[in-house]
Design a protein around this ligand. Structure first.
Ligand code: FAD
Length: 473
């Protein structure tokens, strides 16, 4: 113990108050464990403060501005004036409501909240350094630890974040005025969501991507719908080019990229680097507790979220892909239930994912080729959004619902949706997979008319040749 430390004991110490950590802490408290939650920065973590929630607030606001300014066809004539400072302050207000809600919930559940940065001292002790000159430190002895320290944006060589010329996603979500032009490095889901936001606010967006297409983790027909819409919004794509360096020029910057045989230069006011996220593990002194990481710094865990050290668990982004808030929350549940002696495990047949581009993407379970690779005999049903009355009345008819099922048994195996509200629609198919529902179950369930969810029912019917509003395959 360091001189001056106060040492306390706890059943469970949770390190990190993001969605994975606060869920773990609340669940552990519900199970009558004595819980200490340590957070060094802000409750709610990346998700509430600099990720999911702020980005979705700006997705909504920029879409509203864009839709209103392009609704002539519907007989609406609007002059739109975007005040980004106002938009960001509305977003900050939402963040504040949610983060203070997390803090209140933790307190109401009797969790001991400690503000400070935790590092392991040994297998049963963490040391917490409080922020600020002379704020001191303390040690906590624990029976069990749950590591939920999340991830941070990756920098690429030569493009260190400076919040002025080279922005991380966090910086981009806090801008106070709309940049005239922006180079976005990376066409993954964060790059594509933010490109759409800024294009809708009137920024000239150029996307540079090392790979040969946008959204490389999605099937090409899914990514194509989103890329085409981004191009209609004015986004310019350059694939198979890697960003090399930048230099100031005039009021902005010039970004130099390299492709196989050319060097290219793109001028812009600033650049946003969105090339992925890395785990926050290097600052935890994991060695002192014997906790192992993999080559990329993630903490490997088993299906009970246990690390190589029996009484230490890792949940959320720090434990690896899929790095999504809802995965972290579920893992947080599992960790605490395992600690409490419940028969819990992360044993879910399907984890949904959503991208809040225009249109949205929602996926769950297996694609057709994944199903084939796993030895199924997949059947596929598809319903284009242009055949959905509700999609047309929303003026949002790009995209489709696709359902993949096992031919012989009819069990739903997966779904890919690209279209309006895909992030919501995908939930029905996640439930179908979880419940072991068949195509017939989905196709014969009466869905409200006129809604987008009818497209889910129609896609299921299409797979078995009984769709009414599409030609059956
Ligand atoms: C722009 C953007 C948009 C996103 N959109 C979505 C989305 O739409 N849907 C979705 O599911 N996911 C989205 N994500 C991903 C999502 O934010 C993460 O998957 C989620 O936040 C991970 O939760 P976590 O609890 O594991 O980590 P985090 O949310 O990163 O929280 C970790 C916490 O640990 C704290 N911490 C770190 N080290 C220490 C220490 N030594 N001591 C004490 N505290 C520490 C940090 O301060 C932080 O608060 C998005 C991310 C970004 C960046």
């Amino acid at each position: 113990m360091v001189v001056g430390d106060i040492a306390t004991g706890t059943d469970v110490v949770v390190i990190g108050g993001g969605p994975a950590g606060y869920t773990a802490a609340i669940r552990a408290a519900q199970l009558d464990l004595d819980v200490t939650l340590v957070e060094k920065d802000a409750y709610g973590g990346t998700c509430l403060n600099h990720g999911c929630i702020p980005s979705k607030a700006l997705v909504t606001a920029s879409s509203l501005a864009h839709d209103a300014s392009t609704a002539e066809e519907m007989g609406i004539h609007a002059g739109i004036d975007v005040d980004l400072k106002g938009m960001v302050s509305w977003k900050d207000n939402i963040v504040e409501q949610l983060t203070s809600g997390v803090e209140k919930l933790c307190k109401a559940n009797g969790i001991n909240l400690v503000e400070g940065k935790a590092t392991f001292a040994d297998e049963n002790k963490v040391r917490i350094v409080h922020d600020g000159e002379g704020q001191g430190s303390e040690s906590i002895e624990f029976e069990h630890a749950i590591i939920a320290t999340g991830s941070h944006p990756i920098e690429i060589p030569g493009f260190e974040f400076d919040s002025e010329h080279i922005l991380s996603s966090r910086d981009a979500l806090a801008l106070e005025s709309v940049p005239e032009s922006l180079v976005v490095i990376g066409a993954g889901y964060i790059g594509m969501e933010l490109s759409t936001v800024f294009a809708k606010l009137g920024t000239d967006v150029t996307v540079v991507e090392m790979l040969e297409d946008a959204l490389p983790t999605y099937e090409s027909d899914v990514a194509r719908v989103v890329k085409q819409r981004a191009e209609e919004l004015g986004v310019e794509f350059h694939f198979e080019e890697s960003a090399q360096e930048w230099e100031p020029s005039g009021d902005g910057i010039t970004v130099r990229t390299e492709s196989e045989d050319t060097i290219n230069e793109y001028g812009a006011e600033m650049a946003l680097v969105a090339v992925g996220r890395a785990p926050v593990t290097d600052t935890l002194n994991l060695e002192s507790a014997g906790i192992e990481t993999d080559k990329k710094g993630f903490i490997p865990t088993d299906d009970r979220t246990r690390t190589n050290v029996d009484h230490v668990y890792a949940v959320g982004d720090v434990a690896g892909e899929p790095m999504l808030a809802h995965t972290g929350m579920k893992e947080g549940h599992v960790a605490s239930e395992v600690i409490a002696g419940e028969p819990a495990a992360f044993d879910y047949p399907a984890v949904p994912a959503a991208v809040f581009t225009d249109p949205e993407i929602g996926t769950v379970g297996l694609t057709e080729s994944e199903a084939e690779a796993e030895g199924f005999e997949p059947v596929v049903g598809q319903m284009p959004m242009r055949a959905s009355g509700r999609a047309l009345t929303l003026n949002e008819s790009d995209g489709f619902v696709r359902i993949v099922a096992d031919g012989p048994s009819g069990f739903v195996l997966g779904a890919q949706i690209v279209g309006p509200e895909a992030s919501e629609l995908i939930a029905e198919l996640g439930l179908a997979i979880e419940m072991g529902a068949t195509l017939e179950d989905v196709a014969t369930t009466i869905h409200t008319h006129p809604t987008l969810s009818e497209a889910v029912m129609e896609a299921a019917a299409n797979a078995s040749g009984s769709a009414i509003h599409t030609l059956n395959r």
